[in-house]
Design a protein around this ligand. Structure first.
Ligand SMILES: [Zn+2]
Length: 382
């Protein structure tokens, strides 16, 4: 049977260089000699812009990428709802980061961490050399030891050379990128605590085994969980900035779209990524513009009052919810290109910022999203 070139699942993928111009999907595979000359094709991430629906999740991850002080995103939902796909897709559309070559912690040039390279660059005894690296997405596997997460004494160096050397852990690798925890609700509480602490402070401090190391570790924490498989303690829930619920759509047209795109991607990932590249670039521009606009995005007192009224109405404990609500609304305004944060921005982000902070109300059996919607109506439409 004759196959249509480029459409069969087992066709060799075209090289990125070959598919970067012209119509990629109909291009013939390059000749063997050219293949040798080029770098091997890397399977691209599923494009962020091609994700069907799941708007709340996409918006939450975008907001956290614009304003890391929001403090991470919890994504609750069934398996196969594209939770990790969204994180990977977003990281992939960001421009590569400039990093100090040789820095063990992936610092930006001039960030000057405590590593030998950065210290020598700062002292002027070494010339700064910059390399471009992709924005990292680090997976935190279930059952990862604390050593692996925070870093530990390099035992091999210690035993063979008698040198005390720090072996950086997953937190170092996640610096300036995303740390993704699948099934965060199954992770040990003390590890979740530690991750949230580091995410909030932007610094990893290791003091043990005779080591004393501190290095920058600023990342966006994304935790995913299946609520049917165990719950997070409320104290931990509250420390996550945003939470979203994702579900498998029951809308037939939407499901068809999901399958179509997933199938097209599996058949020819490079061609599919090319097809969505323009949309991804639009999102990238929006995100980068929002980041640079964020500092000037103003929150007037009237909006602060609205946020306070909403939180009082919902009875959320402490100030964390209110602060997150404001930060998320500011990030959302920046993403929309609005210079002033108003009530409509609060409305758009209230569910994500507050739903995991509601106390159980024995007299109210409705879901948290519903309760927030009702409070929004009562506070803003009164
Ligand atoms: Zn360094």
């Amino acid at each position: 049977m004759e196959r249509h070139a480029g459409l069969a699942a087992d066709d060799p993928p075209a090289t990125p260089a070959a598919s970067s111009q012209g119509s990629p999907s109909r291009r013939r595979a390059p000749t063997a000699s050219r293949v040798i000359a080029r770098a091997p094709a890397i399977r691209p991430a599923y494009p962020f812009s091609a994700i069907v629906g799941q708007d709340e999740m996409k918006r939450a991850i975008l907001m956290a990428a614009v304003e890391p002080a929001i403090g991470g995103v919890l994504v609750f939902g069934d398996r196969g709802t594209g939770k990790s796909t969204a994180v990977r897709g977003l990281a992939a559309l960001l421009p590569p980061m400039a990093a100090e070559s040789g820095c063990r912690y992936g610092c930006a040039p001039g960030e000057s961490c405590d590593c030998d390279t950065c210290r020598e660059v700062l002292a002027g005894t070494r010339q700064s050399r910059v390399r471009r690296v992709p924005v990292p997405v680090v997976d935190l596997p279930l059952g990862a030891s604390e050593d692996r997460v925070v870093g530990a004494l390099d035992l091999e160096q210690a035993l063979t050379h008698g040198v005390r050397r720090f072996e950086p852990g997953l937190l170092a690798r996640a610096h300036r990128g995303f740390l993704y925890i699948d099934e965060v609700n199954l992770l040990e509480d003390h590890l979740v605590d530690l991750l949230i602490d580091v995410a909030a402070s932007g610094e990893n401090v290791v003091e043990r085994e005779g080591l004393s190391v501190r290095h920058p570790a600023r990342f966006v924490l994304i935790g995913s969980g299946n609520p049917e498989e165990g719950e997070l303690r409320p104290q931990l829930l509250d420390r996550f900035g945003l939470s979203v619920e994702v579900t498998t759509s029951v809308d037939i047209a939407e499901r068809v779209q999901v399958i179509k795109r997933r199938d097209a991607f599996e058949r020819d990932p490079i061609a599919f990524a090319q097809e969505w590249a323009k949309e991804d670039v639009r999102i990238r521009r929006r995100l980068l513009a929002a980041r640079s606009r964020l500092a000037e995005t103003r929150v007037p007192d009237a909006t602060l009052e609205s946020a306070a009224r909403l939180c009082v109405h919902l009875g959320t404990d402490g100030l964390r919810g209110e602060l997150t609500l404001i930060r998320a609304a500011r990030a959302q305004a920046a993403l929309l290109g609005d210079g002033i944060v108003v009530d409509s921005h609060l409305r758009q982000v209230a569910a994500s910022a507050l739903r995991h902070r509601l106390r159980r109300d024995p007299l109210d059996e409705s879901g948290s999203t519903e309760r927030i919607d009702r409070a929004l109506a009562e506070v803003f439409d009164a």
